[in-house]
Design a protein around this ligand. Structure first.
Ligand SMILES: Cc1cc2nc3c(=O)[nH]c(=O)nc-3n(C[C@H](O)[C@H](O)[C@H](O)COP(=O)(O)OP(=O)(O)OC[C@H]3O[C@@H](n4cnc5c(N)ncnc54)[C@H](O)[C@@H]3O)c2cc1C
Length: 484
């Protein structure tokens, strides 16, 4: 018999704005809903630790700002809604038919849901530069995570390098928190911001967002944080980061630093939909894959929907509305509301999503990753779990490996603990550059379960509880002709 502690009508994976909004609305509509999330408390990436931080009376609350504070209302509505909540819980498998592999408190179990909404959000785009695996190099978003989760702020010379609004937000937050910022290296291409701005419709309705970004830049300028527009970054050091070098203004610079925070935007965290072989599309604007969905977030795999940034990056505000759209559709499919009610209730959510999409189109063009930023030198590590360099991969490609999964089998890239989460995009890009073919035809790794690290002991115990039932890791169903 399968251990199934929380069989439910609707399972939601992820407790960020999309998952919280979806769970709250679905539960309010009478759907028996359970939300699973790795984090200890609701909030996801953007509103991480929102409940505890809202109760603080120190500077951190102000540093995190008004936008962050908006997450509290979402968390409170979710808590009131009656939705089930399984925090500190990783979903290591989702298979067609609504079966979920769950790991919680040192134990694994299987459960089943009538419908699944994946709200697994975004992750920072891996930014492989020479030396990026040295201690002292990390994502800017990761530094922000430490600040939100534990109030930790760097106290050693720090440099922030990259592109996109989060780069400047984190720089501003760290500066305000007293971190010694020794430089900002903006890797975005000159002129893209202005071109994007000129194409932004209804500019005035986004004035608030633009002014907010400007205020961060002004504050950083006033504090005289050295600013460079740079490319060809390298993290230098023997056993840990000692300096950051880069090209700017026609010459090579070298800035001593103990911490380098890199950021090149965020990409959908699509491990589960990729492992399910849901149909995916390559988004040229975002330079990333995302699952193909209909207007309710439903994927090509039956019972599985995606909401929020996991379905394509559109930001926290959009995630809330996309979460509600997926919840309305789930409630309709599960017989709680009629199609008419679903469609009527969806109208304001849809309008809000469209509005956010306009601003996202601007951000996509203003901060499009440039070729110079994306180029990998031969000695740069592409797959950090298995330490495979770009040069090793290029050598295999020139020997005739033309399939990304062949490359994976022979080099072990993508076979480590992260199951390709960190290197799939990099390796696909490298293949597409080397073979001069488009990235769609290169495709994506064929992912193996579990998609989250799972101790063998947990699987063994699951086996004991489940001795006379089906295989522990069922074969992934779905359309095998889809490369991702
Ligand atoms: C590090 C980081 C920092 C960011 N900071 C900001 C910011 O300050 N301001 C801003 O406007 N935007 C920020 N963003 C962008 C922002 O995260 C998104 O726009 C927004 O949070 C998307 O909401 P979401 O609900 O789709 O997903 P998220 O908020 O990302 O929530 C996804 C949740 O799913 C959980 N999850 C994922 N996989 C599993 C699994 N297999 N099992 C269980 N749980 C799982 C995650 O732990 C997370 O709690 C940040 C992004 C990142 C990656």
């Amino acid at each position: 018999m399968t251990v199934a502690r929380t069989n439910c009508e609707l399972a939601i994976v992820g407790g960020g704005p999309a998952g919280l909004a979806a769970a709250a609305l679905a539960a309010e509509l009478g759907v028996e809903t359970v939300l699973f999330d790795e984090q200890p408390t609701p909030g996801g990436q953007v509103y991480r630790n929102i409940e505890a931080n809202s109760r603080r009376h120190d500077a951190l609350r102000d540093i995190l700002g008004g936008d962050y504070a908006k997450g509290l209302a979402l968390a409170e509505r979710f808590r009131r809604s009656g939705a089930g909540y399984e925090p500190l819980t990783a979903i290591w498998q989702v298979s067609a038919g609504g079966k979920l592999g769950v790991s919680q408190n040192g134990k694994a179990y299987l459960t089943k849901a009538g419908r699944v909404i994946l709200a697994t959000g975004a992750m920072e785009r891996p930014f492989p530069i020479p030396g990026w695996t040295l201690p002292g190099v990390m994502g800017a978003g990761a530094a922000q995570t430490l600040m939100k989760a534990s109030g930790i702020v760097p106290d050693r010379p720090t440099i922030i390098a990259g592109s996109g609004p989060l780069t400047y937000l984190v720089a501003f937050q760290l500066l305000t928190a007293g971190a010694p910022l020794h430089g900002i290296i903006d890797t975005s291409e000159k002129g893209l911001f202005e071109t994007g701005l000129a194409a932004l419709p209804l500019l005035s309705s986004f004035a608030g967002d633009l002014l907010k970004g400007l205020s961060w830049i002004v504050a950083l300028g006033k504090a005289r944080v050295p600013f460079f527009r740079g490319r060809n970054l390298a993290a230098e050091g023997v056993s840990r980061l000692e300096a950051v070098s880069f090209d700017s203004g026609g010459r090579r610079h070298r800035l001593p630093a103990s911490l380098l925070l890199v950021h090149e935007g965020v990409v959908p965290n699509n491990q589960i939909t990729a492992s399910l072989r849901c149909r995916h599309v390559w988004d040229v604007g975002q330079t990333a894959w995302h699952p193909q969905t209909d207007k309710w977030g439903a994927t090509s795999t039956e019972l599985i929907a995606v909401a929020g940034d996991g379905a394509g990056i559109a930001g926290a505000r959009s995630a809330v509305h996309r979460g509600r759209l997926a919840a309305l559709d789930a409630a309709c499919r599960l017989g709680r509301i009629s199609r008419t009610e679903r469609d009527e209730r969806a109208l304001p959510e849809r309008r809000a999503v469209q509005r956010e999409n306009r601003f996202r189109a601007f951000l996509n063009s203003a901060y499009h990753p440039t070729e110079a930023v994306r180029w990998l030198a031969d000695d740069t590590i592409a797959c950090r779990c298995e330490e495979v360099t770009a040069g090793e991969l290029r050598a295999l490609i020139s020997e005739g490996f033309t399939d990304i999964n062949q490359l994976k089998s022979f080099s072990r890239c993508g076979m480590g603990q992260c199951q390709g989460r960190m290197c799939a995009g990099t390796v696909a890009r490298l293949m597409s550059d080397s073979l001069k073919s488009d990235i769609e035809s290169v495709g994506y790794y064929r992912l193996r379960l579990p998609i989250k690290p799972l101790p063998v002991a947990q699987l063994a115990e699951l086996g004991n509880a489940d001795r006379d039932s089906r295989p522990l890791l069922p074969v992934v169903e779905g359309d095998p002709s889809q490369r991702i």
